[in-house]
Design a protein around this ligand. Sequence first.
Ligand SMILES: *Cc1c(COP(=O)(O)O)cnc(C)c1O
Length: 366
Amino acid sequence: MSSQRVRPEILDFTPYVPGLSVEEIKAKYGLPNVIKLASNENPLGVSPLAQEAMVRAAGQAFRYPQNHSPRLTAAIGKAMGVPAGLIVAGNGSDEIIDLLFRVLARPGKDNVVCYEHCFSMYGLTSRLCGVEYREVPRGEGYRLPLEFLAEAANENTVMVFVTTPDNPTGLAARAEELMVLSGVLPKGAILVVDEAYMDFSWPPEEYSMLSAVQELDNVVVLRTFSKAYGLAGLRLGYGVMPQWLADHVRRARPPFTVNLMAEEAGLAVLEDDNFYSATLEVVFKGRERLLKRLPELGCEVWSSQANFVMFRPPYPADQVCEELLRRGVIVRHLKSFGLPDNIRVNVGTGPETEAFLKALEEILHG
Ligand SMILES: *Cc1c(COP(=O)(O)O)cnc(C)c1O
């Protein structure tokens, strides 16, 4: 018995691999201070307004939250210029990905199409749901192969995933190109555009598909509070989708997955314009600094519209990451993305980004 009772998809399931935590690195290397630039979190921490909102809400934590977070979806709709009825809030955008699979994909029958070296949750969730996962090669310089996504799709394709700006490369697709893709997909296939990093693109209206969701019947946009809004630990994200799909997703979802603290913090941070603009300022400045300095240190870099930069050092990336760890800097070795020669580093505060560059200089030229 025991494991023979487990579904075959689960028996050979490779779990999601998160980056090491600050506490784990401190203990392993005996370091008092550690700089984490590995998970694309907000360098400014938590918005003060969100912190106050959580303190105010603490005494209400014995109550169930309102199901479907209607106050939050109304506020998101207002802030983003989208009807609230098209917004489904979730326990991170990961939950929305999971719900889309469960509502749309028929196990053993349907397939999803992604490109190689993409965010692992799409593939993990498809495997978990018993849905075929198809991967299309990227173009030159890791270019997003939008035209080949449509070619790989067929009448059983239920979703096509595009991350833009892309994780881990930082490359972004133009909204025009994504409009074309949505138009040439087979009937029944939905284009899921993961815009986790869209806040950091410039100008966003050239890249975001948010306003297009209202006109198109086959596009879903995913957004998150984990990056520009600094609430990764609370797990809060949302999907913007056609009305017919939003209605079904809301009916199918387990209740109360967005908790009361997350909802209050989300409402508060949407109002915190100072925090948001300070975040963008730090990220734009730090990104420019990384893109200028990394090539000077002998690294290859890829242009980025996100809050991180992908680079390839002149020495083996695993050794460079290990040396950075010894110096108390955590970055993301991209082996788990199938890119063992590359590293992803997110923009930190000004001093954090400089400390990373100094440590890297020591390793490469010391
Ligand atoms: C960080 C990230 C997310 C956000 O996920 P949450 O579950 O909302 O924290 C989504 N997609 C991509 C590609 C990401 O890198």
